[in-house]
Write a protein that binds this ligand. Sequence first.
Ligand code: FO1
Length: 311
Amino acid sequence: MAPMRVTALAGGVGAAKFLRGLVRATEPENVTIIGNTGDDAVFHNLHVSPDLDIVTYTLAGLVDDTLGWGIKQDTTHALDQMAGLGLETWFTLKDRDIGTHMARTTWLADGVPLSEVTDRIRRGLDVAARIIPMTDDPVRTRIVTSEGLTREFQEYFVRYRHSEEVAEVHFEGAETATPAPGVIDAISAAQRIIICPSNPVISIGPILAVPGIREALRERRDAVFAISPIVQGAALKGPAEKLLPVVGAEASASAVAGLYQDFCGTFIVDYRDAPEAGKIEDLGMRVMVLETVMETPGISRQLAKEILAAP
Ligand code: FO1
């Protein structure tokens, strides 16, 4: 039997943990990952694509496992030098990581689209799974705080440690963006489409905001499986429980299922949330109850295997 083609929609750290298991549960060459670029930012004239890099470094076995981002055992000589010269360095760019951003920025300046740049980086780091940005166009997540301040995403997330109360989330540029080459095909051709356990508002939200992507998923609703990023009312990482109310949802697995109802046929909840299954079935979705807290690589692989084996 030909191996199953799998496409995953991914944010950063939570997605990467799952994807590490997915590429061990199937042939990685048959996996396509559509990544969020709403978090992209320019620091010191370098184009940084944090979510694409987190996924790439994780699959390359390079990621700093303690942080979940960046490269393990990386050094900060360049940043220390910049700080010494008086530049702001609240966003930690380490030396080897800077090499990636210099390559990306150089290629983009030469007119190479982000999708091709991302492919060059993943091939250069020996990653077998295909990684595609959601779009080649600039889409930037902006956060409006309850005080009325508009923050760039990394300012909100890293500089102010997502401590500010959020009133609105915007995806600047999304309305006129088009899906990157390969995105719609990857959705149309896959036997399984997996929405990783990423933040529904700031990680999956920007991907769905690119015109055409949500519509393509709707066409494949029976093949779409989403893993809840919320377990027992809390996000395993990051500010999801604070951001869900901004889009009118409470912090629960069933509320996330509600956000995905139009394009997702099967919703996966952690066994600790088994009592929510009935509510999700009432939304017209199938429910799988599994261990989703990926404390070990073995758990991620098992979770992926169960999703791939589902009827
Ligand atoms: N996250 C932090 O909390 N602090 C940082 O200084 C930081 C630097 C950084 C540099 C490169 C990169 O690819 C990611 C980095 N991240 C950092 C992680 C990242 O900004 C966020 O986790 C994502 O944007 C949310 O998915």
